[in-house]
Design a protein. Sequence first.
Length: 330
Amino acid sequence: MSRPSRTTFSRSRGPWWLGLGLLCVAGGANAQITTVLTPMPHWTLRWPQTPRQLAVANRLPLKAVASALRSSSSGPGAVPNNLYGFRFAYLERGRVYLVTSMGTRYGWLGTLEPVGDGKFQSTSLPAMPNGSLATSVVDLRGDGVDEVIGLTPVTYRGAFGDPIYWYTIYAFHDGKPEDVSAQFPEFYQTNVLPWLDYLYRVYDWIRHTVPGPLLQGKLSELGPGSPDIELAEIAFVRLKYQHVILGNKNAGLRRALAWVRSRNSQIATLGVRLLAQMTAPAAWAEIHKLWNSPDYMVCSQARAAWLKRIGKPYTEKYECPRPNVKPRSP
């Protein structure tokens, strides 16, 4: 239900690539870009250099590119060989990258670029394709250089319906991806916000029309707590648009403070994540109070946010007590 009908947008969800965990997806701020130098001395395909060669390369059979990856990459930093889709593109002026999606059509995005001496720079992005790679790798500026559009589910809900997504726009500079989402407010105004308005009307109708037992029964694909969770996720994305795209860092402070007191763990966690995007002293005072929250997910998000703020890594030392698990012996 969370899939836009437009060609530009499509749902994507699935297995984690390169060990990105659930907290990275649900946490947003904790998700990381990984870049490694990968020896690939036996790469057999000709790397395109011109627009015509690029067009020819993008018509290669998927098996040919997958075979090249399998036969040429091994050892530390090896590129996963479960290729699902690929697209050669100019991600920088005069520099052609191979953009990949791994696993299934819900797999994670990655890029590959030759750097000489049989070595390639391999980068994994903490985002999934915007449908096919043809709609994930797009020239948004019209300057002949493509940007990469990636999707991240606000909350991972497994088989319980489709997630609500945040869209991140990446541009590459000197071989490194940068989040340039704030440079494209019209992208969100034209595509993301109208879709959120539509979803809000759908879930609000469900909340006021569909009997409660049906929502909680086996016939429901929305999952426990629906549709309140979906409505909260829609509000979360709207507020993140305010924070990230418009620069209104403390938008939704009162809502976030109310959410962290919710009896629903997922909504309370969304509240912590909103507070972590803010600069208001009240937001960080609340996060500090939640350091010892009895809710494991709320506690984990609060500690991760606070530790990031003070420049410390989130390690096992700071892990929150898990429910029904006895503390370890000293």
